[in-house]
Design a protein around this ligand. Sequence first.
Ligand SMILES: Nc1nc2c(ncn2[C@@H]2O[C@H](COP(=O)(O)OP(=O)(O)OP(=O)(O)O)[C@@H](O)[C@H]2O)c(=O)[nH]1
Ligand SMILES: [Zn+2]
Length: 485
Amino acid sequence: MAISSISIFCQRSSVHLTLNNVLRGGIRCFSIAAAKQQHNPNSVSRKLHQQPNKKLLRAKHTFKDYSSLAPVLSPNDKPPLSDTQAIGTVASAQANFMRVVVQSEHSSGSFEEGSDDSSRIGVELLCVVKAVLKKIKRRVLVGDTVLVGSIDWVDRRGMIENVFQRSSEILDPPVANVDHLLVLFSLDQPKVEPFTLTRFLVEAESTGIPLTLALNKVELVDEETIVLWQSKLRSWGYKPVFCSVESKVGLDSLAFILRDQTTVIVGPSGVGKSSLINALRNSQLASNATDDNWFDTILGSKWLEDQRVGEVSTRSGRGKHTTRNVSLLPLAGGGYLADTPGFNQPSLLKVTKQSLAQTFPEVRKLLNANEPAKCSFNDCLHLGEPGCVVKGDWERYPFYFQLLDEIRIREEFQLRTFGTKKEGDVRYKVGDKGVQQAEPRLELKKHRRQSRKRINQSFLDELDELDEDDEDGENLLDLENHSVN
Ligand SMILES: Nc1nc2c(ncn2[C@@H]2O[C@H](COP(=O)(O)OP(=O)(O)OP(=O)(O)O)[C@@H](O)[C@H]2O)c(=O)[nH]1
Ligand SMILES: [Zn+2]
């Protein structure tokens, strides 16, 4: 009973999330466009009629000019650093503030981590983002490698001046340069449920980032259950790590896999993600405290505290650890671990009907095999078409079928509601004397009132932001106290 309710809950809320995300994004666009039109109903149309493309060209030109002010740094760039500059990793973000851990700085003169006592490697800086980056819409994400300038080493403040090119980027939560995903489930309390697990695996596979599957709470089940899951998952194409935070089984293997990488942990509620993060970090702190000054420099920071559980916003009553507050927890062996509040319901937004099959390793193997095993059709959905190499005789076929249906419904909904992306925002009308006139395409649903739910939603968002501002205030005070000591 418990298992089936988990599965239904996941399915429903993810569909809900999917539609909700689409609607939220859409409504925002609509209201901006509508507001612009209200401001001056005729001028846009008149200007476009006179010189249809000039406005667009000018916008493009302006953007280009701005971006040349801060060209993206390539990962191999080693810009010369002054004493008030450093290169670091964004470890957390709240409202307008970002915490950056210094990776390399002026005195070391290179990217190698300094070994002298005065090294500032590992120092935590509270940073704001330079206005020009915002102007050219260059978003700075947690996980980004950034160039920090105007550093005040005493107060530990700085300004993010530029961002290095990302090797990867995930959306939910938004984290840059993720090297590895750890999909964590538990064998019991809550029991691993095949469809929910598949959903998480499909979402993880769709990022293209290497993943490790781990099953926790191994001490709660008998040998037979372990063997059963092992062979099941092998047939799905995975070699899981069986572990237990409680009895410390498998933690060394996980620590070894995580070393030197930026890993995001994903998995449903209650499987032991926070417990695992705490266990891995505590054991690493204990074994490295004496021979590495990496942590000494940021002792006292919130990052060193154990993962908080169940914290709720005092104003809105919602969970505080939303996707906006994801943070990277530094590991002694190099690399970071990210908690994933809000990653509980994989939205599958990046998965399309065509790409779904590739997110199942057991099908991927068939599809990528050399001729003649290859599927005969490029656009085959592998639903038993004659000549299709993917037969329906694999264990997860019913899950594939179910997810395909869900994605099909979402894609049709998007198409029906918003049209294709190629649709221009200008349309041409044949006016007086057969002259073609350009006018802005009227936005769909323009005349609809904003829903009460949406209004409540933005109200709650604003309350959360107030909470965040409070925290920023506290953070600043923390830092000020720090510098006095
Ligand atoms: N028996 C057993 N219990 C464990 C193990 N690991 C974690 N737990 C317990 O499982 C419960 C949930 O652990 P959390 O670490 O909060 O799980 P989580 O995945 O972070 O959950 P959310 O924060 O809701 O996403 C806690 O009561 C832990 O003590 C384990 O290996 N064995
Ligand atoms: Zn096929």
